[in-house]
Design a protein around this ligand. Sequence first.
Ligand SMILES: [Zn+2]
Ligand SMILES: [Zn+2]
Length: 332
Amino acid sequence: MPTIDDHEVLIKVKYTGICGTDWSIYTGKYSADRLPLIAGHEFSGTIAQVGKKARGLKEGDRVTADINMSCGTCFYCRRGQKLMCRDFLQLGIHIDGTYAEYVKAPYDQVHVLPDSLDFLSGAFIEPVSCVIHSSKAAKVTHGSSVAVIGSGLGVLHGLLARLRGAAPVIVIGDNAKRLAIAKEFGVDVTINIKEGKDPVAEVKKLTGGRGADFVVEAVGTPKTYEQAFEMVRPGGTIAAFGICAGDDTIKVRPYDLVLGEKTVVGSCAGVGPDWPDAIALLANGHIKPQSMFSMIVPVEELESALKQLRTDPNLIKVFVSTEISKREILAK
Ligand SMILES: [Zn+2]
Ligand SMILES: [Zn+2]
């Protein structure tokens, strides 16, 4: 049981969504210097205890929490760039997270869930906030063409591009089920690379031979990053979202960057205002993620679920609970 200080709250965890980052931690590719660690960072729960100086919250509140913590006083924190803080810590990635009955969080990181948001959607706010952060960085405009490489969170990138008024919105992936959900979300065109089409040629065909105004890379491999540079039109913008290995490199022709005036914007995580923005879109039904929710597993099955997610193309978002004893299937 975590013990809280005056500025913290104790949260009884309801659900935690399994994220690709958890696999990287489990396999020792990420946060290895932080182990042993309780992972889990996409969560919802109920406040069980409130620190003496924690304002605006009470026991029983249904909540989630912004997982990004920083020192508050360094060069970056003073400039509102806490993700670059040298003492940057994420709940469930660098410090103990939510694959547990209880977690503690600083009160000013906690967000109360509106009544219209259930606990499952509450545990999905974190990934939505990450996609919103990227979408804001890219500044997608009405009527601009957007190509998203990747059909994991790429599906949500496609939906957000739609919400920003982009057209056409193209999502490229290798998973028929996820691409069908992208269609459900109102994406104009999906390209399944398993059908053997060259995604760069297809995107050019759909954009008058130029390439897309915006390309979102949401896979995280050198190959797909190189495709993003090929697929974006001169004067266009690449949103770098997929996380490669730390020592991966790509081939880019500086000539094309200079003469082609291509812009690249990175985005690390959803932070600060991205959280209430994600809550607003979910609570008002502008993002209806339920078709992405596959199942809930008891925490004892976390390890097997992590492995199953690597191999079963029908699974999308899997949640973990300490309160159930057998799997609950959500969407087929
Ligand atoms: Zn995550
Ligand atoms: Zn700092």
